[in-house]
Design a protein around this ligand. Structure first.
Ligand code: C2E
Ligand code: CA
Ligand code: CA
Length: 559
């Protein structure tokens, strides 16, 4: 707390200036002599008669909205204890007419030069509806992230002192984008406003609901007696939004993901709690949306590993941590190597070896996959060109391409450039994509698959049998290969899977697709596949993925 000594208590001019200022703006003033507890208040924002108020704390208690009272008093307390340079506070007041308004208070202590008393002078601004004001969300009128964070900090502090637990519940509308799409901004705002009001209507008046900038809603339960209270609330939210939700004459089915964290059990740090909540909600989304996840040790472990992978992956190329393995594919009729699938590997100095199934989804979500994919393409073509120079013979080399990569405008140009640079025939390259990627690019009318085929590249459909597996929708595309997923091959000796496989082979033959079985591990599987008319296999039975030198050795012995 710093004390200024400019103030003279006998200067009448100040009072005159204050009175004029009051008339000009939607403001209030207050002068509080801390040492003799005299207070002078002039404000019209709250509408209350405050003659009987004896000190600043009473003044704040009289006007502040009950949910913000504690915070308002704490800001004053912090300043008086010298924790802040100025007295600055923002909170909601409830006016005499029952209206909620936002106010901003600025104040400072001056020393009376005659008597030496400390006098706190403050100005209160009505900032309701002011875009620059930092406390509330203008769409829903709920409090926003910044203000919420302060409340959370208070709440965690209190829970530590009182030995009681509190909770945070993140609420995210899974299908918000689908709902508001094509409707324009006004509808989006109306929808969010209605949703927030509806959600608020089922919350206890002691809970706090806020809207965060990314359209997530968050509920703060300051304290609860039993965890059942939190679980019951989550169920109540799902029940409440089970019925179609009406907005502007339309009805919508709302799907919600929830993420919950408990303090102080999970953490007492407000920022960390928000992160944990986010991480719980991400888990809900991974599980398949419309799910509620409570943050726990497992979620925490996977969260920290994911963040570590994320940070280390950013420099994987520069640190030369990526390398490629190649898995031979075998042609069943000729019993010869027909080509290779390129499989990315990553060995990080901090984490060690990380399997692609773990780091590729993260690379995709962070957008790193585009740069990594380009690296894979160039490395592969460099290697293929070297093998060609050495006179090794192989039909195709297959590369896994992520949807993010293939949808980029410059993908084909990059591919053509690299083929030119390394002298690789387009027909020697096979692009492996999943059925989801194929249908996705077609739906978005990207036209990239047709362009790749027109340029002579081969397209293989990866993991076939796990997704949509809608063969009839594939008729339109001149795909070269269907790669049947390991999950079907694992049980190929069972009659049901045989029938599925046989029908795929029959259709594929009509459509002139080759059929490759993935993950073949035994002679028994190979025999059944050969009998069912499968064209090729890839799997540990024939060969595991191998480093470049081992493949060269294999190619060398074949020539
Ligand atoms: P995928 O494209 O389905 O690759 C086949 C996976 O099955 C490989 O796993 C391979 O090592 C494994 N595999 C092959 N034969 C057998 C077998 O007989 N038994 C068993 N248990 N597994 C077998 P990997 O190398 O761990 O790769 C996992 C996935 O990561 C790949 O699945 C692919 O989706 C993705 N991936 C790998 N490299 C790349 C890449 O360069 N770019 C992109 N976008 N994705 C990649
Ligand atoms: Ca593949
Ligand atoms: Ca596969």
């Amino acid at each position: 707390m710093s004390i200024n000594t400019e103030y003279k208590s006998d200067t009448k001019e100040f009072d005159i200036i204050y009175r004029h200022a009051l008339k000009v703006g939607d403001i209030g003033i207050c002068k509080w002599n801390i040492d003799n507890n005299e207070i002078y208040i002039a404000e019209n924002i709250s509408g209350y008669q405050l003659h009987s108020v004896k000190n600043m704390v009473e003044f704040l208690s009289s006007i502040a909205y009950y949910k913000d009272k504690e915070l308002a008093i704490q800001d004053l307390d912090d300043y008086l204890k010298g924790l802040t340079m100025f007295y600055l506070s923002t909170f909601r007041i409830r006016t005499e007419a029952g209206e909620i308004k936002w106010v901003l208070i600025r104040g400072k202590i001056f020393k009376d030069q005659v008597r030496g008393d400390r006098i706190l002078h403050l100005i209160m601004f009505n900032v309701t509806g002011n875009k620059l004001h930092e406390g509330h969300d203008t769409i829903t009128n709920l409090i926003n992230d910044k203000f919420f964070l302060r409340k959370l900090k208070n709440s965690t502090k209190r829970s530590k002192a009182s030995n009681k637990s509190g909770a945070l519940i993140y609420v995210d509308i899974d299908n918000l984008r689908d709902i508001v799409n094509n409707h324009g901004l006004q509808f989006r705002n109306d929808f969010l406003l209605h949703f927030s009001q509806s959600l608020n209507s089922i919350l206890s008046k002691y809970y706090e609901l806020a809207k965060f900038h990314d359209d997530k809603f968050i509920i703060l339960i300051h304290s609860f007696d039993s965890i059942k209270e939190v679980k019951d609330l989550c169920n109540k939210i799902y029940d409440h939004f089970k019925e179609p939700f009406k907005v502007v004459g339309d009805q919508f089915n709302i799907n919600l993901s929830l993420g919950v964290t408990i303090f102080p059990d999970d953490s007492s740090d407000a920022d960390e709690l928000l992160k944990f909540c986010d991480c719980a909600i991400n888990k809900s989304k991974q599980i398949g949306k419309n799910v509620c996840t409570f943050f726990d040790k497992e979620v925490s472990k996977s969260y920290f590993r994911e963040t570590l992978i994320e940070s280390q992956l950013a420099n994987a190329i520069t640190n030369k941590e990526l390398y490629l393995y190649y898995q031979p594919k075998m042609d069943i009729l000729s019993n010869k190597v027909s080509g290779f699938e390129v499989l990315l590997r990553w060995n990080n100095k901090k984490i060690g070896y990380v399997p692609p199934n773990e780091f590729i989804p993260i690379a995709e979500s962070k957008g790193y996959i585009v740069e990594i994919g380009s690296w894979v393409l160039e490395e592969t073509l460099k290697t293929a060109s070297m093998w060609r120079e050495k006179g090794y013979d192989f039909e195709t080399i297959s590369i896994n391409i992520s949807p993010l990569q293939i949808k980029r405008k410059d993908f084909i140009a990059e591919l053509l450039d690299l083929c030119r640079k390394y002298g690789i025939l387009h027909s020697q390259l096979e692009i492996e994509i999943t059925e989801g990627t194929l249908l996705g690019t077609c739906k978005e009318n990207v036209g990239i698959i047709d362009e790749l085929i027109e340029n002579g590249f081969n397209i293989a459909l990866d993991d076939f049998g796990t997704g949509y597996s809608n063969l009839s929708s594939l008729i339109e595309y001149r795909i070269s290969t269907l790669k049947i997923d390991k999950s079907i091959i694992d049980n190929i000796e069972n009659d049901k899977n045989k029938v599925v496989f046989e029908s795929i082979v029959t259709l594929a033959r009509h459509l002139k697709f080759k059929v490759i079985a993935e993950g073949v591990e035994t002679k028994g599987q190979l025999d059944v596949l050969a009998e069912l008319g499968c064209n090729g296999i890839q799997g540990y039975y024939f060969s595991k993925p191998l480093p470049k030198n081992k493949i060269e050795y294999m190619l060398h012995s074949l020539t």
